[in-house]
Design a protein around this ligand. Structure first.
Ligand code: FAD
Ligand code: EPU
Length: 333
């Protein structure tokens, strides 16, 4: 275990923030032995810091998991169950699955962050979400140190939502995630630009690796690399509006992109923001990315307050023009 005081907290937005205490633990037992000393402390558990926006230093204890390992825990005729340590880098796990001939996560290639957060955030991209492959989640209660196991259903997953983000916020450290991967490759190509990207290939050339390569190339073309320009991916979630509201909007904007959602119609917030004229525009040291308007970027030296000022202005303008509330996906600390 490593413990530091007033230690910088890594975050892909590139915002300077320190934790009064920062602890990197390596095992469930280390975490359990540490918890009694943290009674009464404010605790924040972080992963790779790729979905965090710090608005201040954190006057409490930041925990980070160094639990590693990927182990097969069950082999079935059509699938395999793999238990992965929360501190593994998500995309290393995706790459490992491909080397083993397991599929199910190739559409989620190159999403930054660690395995623990995949089960909090229900990460998603190109028609697949983490919930489609999560079998169960193992955690330690930050309240009493007990070990808990949650089934997929217990976690109540939805679009970028889970109980860990809502009712259980701050209550658990996720230590392992068990994923169910498929031995049979069933390509998920419904998300438009994946199919386009793979359209030159014969059916037998559409392998998990080909899907991974296509996803990586689309992502690299659109999304800013945090090492070059600080960001946390999509800053906002795509709003879902009632069908009647959508039909009204469609009269004024016949070209409005949209997808059917279980409880209404999902509209890409990137389109709403672009229509408001914000794509590529800056407000102080924060800006709206010039290739993907859903992403806010740090132009260098921005504070959390700078990014929030831009986010508030963008939300205000979208509401004023379309009557739609958009909400951050990013965790504001
Ligand atoms: P952090 O940002 O450190 O934490 C995220 C949340 O999880 C916090 O609430 C934190 O408290 C909690 N948490 C983290 N680890 C644990 C743990 N072990 N136990 C308990 N709680 C924990 N997301 C998508 O869904 N799809 C995308 O396509 C996508 N693209 C992105 C592209 C870029 C360039 C960037 C920068 C981000 C993108 N994201 C995307 C967002 C981000 O990658 C995900 O939200 C990711 O899951 C965050 O992982 P992390 O380990 O960095 O978690
Ligand atoms: N669009 C615009 N202008 C823009 C951006 C998007 O008009 O600047 C419109 C276009 O019509 C485009 C549509 O929005 O066809 C969808 O764009 P894109 O495929 O880039 O997806 P997105 O809805 O903007 C979501 C996720 C991403 C994920 C991609 C691919 C959310 C909040 N974001 O973005 O996730 O990678 O789909 O599946 O759901 C993240 O969560 O951090 C993230 C990057």
């Amino acid at each position: 275990m490593k413990r530091y005081e007033w230690h910088p907290v890594h975050n892909t937005f590139g915002i300077e923030a320190k934790a009064r205490v920062y602890v990197d633990y390596e095992s469930v037992e280390e975490l359990q032995s540490l918890l009694p000393q943290l009674a009464g402390e404010r605790i924040l558990h972080v992963g790779g810091g790729s979905n965090l926006l710090f608005t201040n230093d954190f006057d409490g204890v930041v925990l980070h998991s160094g639990i590693r390992g990927m182990e097969v825990v069950a082999e079935e005729a059509e699938s395999v169950l793999v238990r992965v340590g929360a501190g593994e880098v998500w995309d290393d796990f995706v790459a490992y699955c491909l080397t083993q001939g397991w599929s199910g996560v190739e559409n989620l290639s190159l999403i930054p962050g660690e395995v623990g957060a995949s089960a909090v955030q229900n990460i998603g991209a190109y028609g697949v979400e983490a919930k489609d492959v999560i079998e169960r989640v193992e955690a330690v209660s930050l309240l009493d140190g007990s070990r808990r196991t949650f089934t997929n259903a217990d976690c109540q997953y939805g679009y970028r939502q889970s109980k860990f983000k809502r009712e259980w916020r701050g209550q658990f450290a996720i230590t392992h995630v068990v994923y169910r991967l498929s031995r049979q490759f069933v390509p998920q190509l419904d998300y438009g630009n994946i199919r386009t990207q793979l359209s030159t290939l014969r059916d037998d050339e559409v392998t998990p690796q080909a899907v991974r390569d296509a996803v990586i190339s689309i992502r690299q073309a659109k999304l800013p690399d945090p090492l070059v320009q600080g960001n946390a991916g999509s800053f906002f979630m795509n709003p879902v509006v009632p069908r009647e509201q959508f039909e009204q909007l469609q009269k004024d904007y016949p070209q409005i992109p949209h997808y059917n959602a279980p409880n209404g119609v999902k509209i890409p917030a990137g389109w709403l923001i672009e229509q408001c004229g914000w794509k590529g525009k800056a407000l102080g040291k924060a800006a709206v990315h010039d290739r993907q308007a859903l992403v806010l970027v740090n132009r260098g030296g921005a504070t959390g307050a700078d990014v929030l000022a831009l986010s508030d202005t963008v939300c205000h303008d979208v509401k004023a023009r379309f009557g739609i509330d958009i909400h951050p996906e990013v965790n504001v600390i």
